[in-house]
Design a protein around this ligand. Structure first.
Ligand code: ADP
Ligand code: MG
Length: 245
């Protein structure tokens, strides 16, 4: 691919105290790609995503979002975060706000949009995830799958350059997993760039443009889903995948 990457990690190292969790990550995500990250618990997947919007600091390496180097100490991190959506395992919705209130919060508080304009954009985002009819519901009145779709609407309403998903379906009842994965596939079809940590191997295999296998703070292997799932090159990848089949 010749286009400039939307997100580029170069030699990323991160430690918590003396515990090294990322040991030289090089990763590029190109416009319109959906890259799925798989790997065992504790391999550093969440830490990597959290570094990308500076929810975590890191010791060395570089993270570029488009042509902006977000590793620089003088970077305006709030501006950067508006370009990088994040969808969490635990949704992280505000319980006292409606679905629409959650989706429009950053538009109003960070971008200073009027309530009318924020509501218009928020409703459009809720429509894209199939929840326009739940705009006035509070999170407690929604299923896990619906809450996560609100989480996705909250990310897309800011028109980010990329959305990072950290195990978006891991906290869901099995019967609501499919509706969230379906919304993610629709985003992908509409050209959204996405970096998705997931344990849904069927989804990664069917929907990803590229799959990354992480273990022990490094990228062990990457390739097309057919490469990684169909013909894994490394023993560690094979051992990991064997647990899911
Ligand atoms: P994954 O998402 O692949 O399960 P994480 O990035 O969450 O991996 O964790 C990588 C390693 O870092 C694990 O050993 C985990 O216990 C450790 N870790 C994660 N967050 C913290 C933290 N805030 N403080 C100390 N250690 C952490
Ligand atoms: Mg994690």
């Amino acid at each position: 691919m010749s286009a400039l990457p939307i997100l580029e990690l170069v030699g990323l190292h991160k430690a918590y105290g003396s515990l090294e969790v990322l040991r030289g990550i090089d990763l590029r995500v190109f416009p319109g790609e959906m890259v799925c990250v798989i790997g065992p618990s504790g391999s550093g997947k969440s830490s990597m995503l959290r570094c990308c919007n500076r929810l975590e600091s890191f010791q060395s390496g570089q993270i570029m979002v488009g042509d902006a180097d977000i590793s620089r100490p003088d970077v305006d991190i709030n501006a950067v975060r508006q370009h990088i959506g994040m969808v969490f395992q635990q949704f992280n919705l505000y319980p006292h706000l409606t679905a629409l209130g959650n989706v429009t919060l950053a538009l109003r508080k960070v971008q200073g949009k009027s309530r009318a304009e924020a509501d218009r954009l928020g409703m459009a985002a809720l429509e894209r995830v199939g929840l326009a009819d739940k705009a006035q519901a509070h999170p407690a009145q929604l299923s896990g799958g619906q809450q996560q779709r609100v989480g996705i609407a909250r990310a897309i309403v800011l028109q980010p350059k990329i959305i990072l998903f950290d195990e978006p379906t891991s906290a869901l009842d099995p019967e609501t997993v499919g509706e969230v994965l379906k919304v993610m596939r629709q985003l992908r079809e509409n050209g959204m760039t996405m970096l998705v940590v997931t344990h849904e191997m069927g989804f990664a295999r069917a929907a990803a443009d590229r799959v990354i296998f992480m273990d022990g703070g490094v990228i062990v292997e990457e390739g097309t889903p057919a490469d990684v799932f169909g013909a894994p090159k490394h023993d560690r990848t094979r051992a990991f995948l064997a647990r899911y089949t």
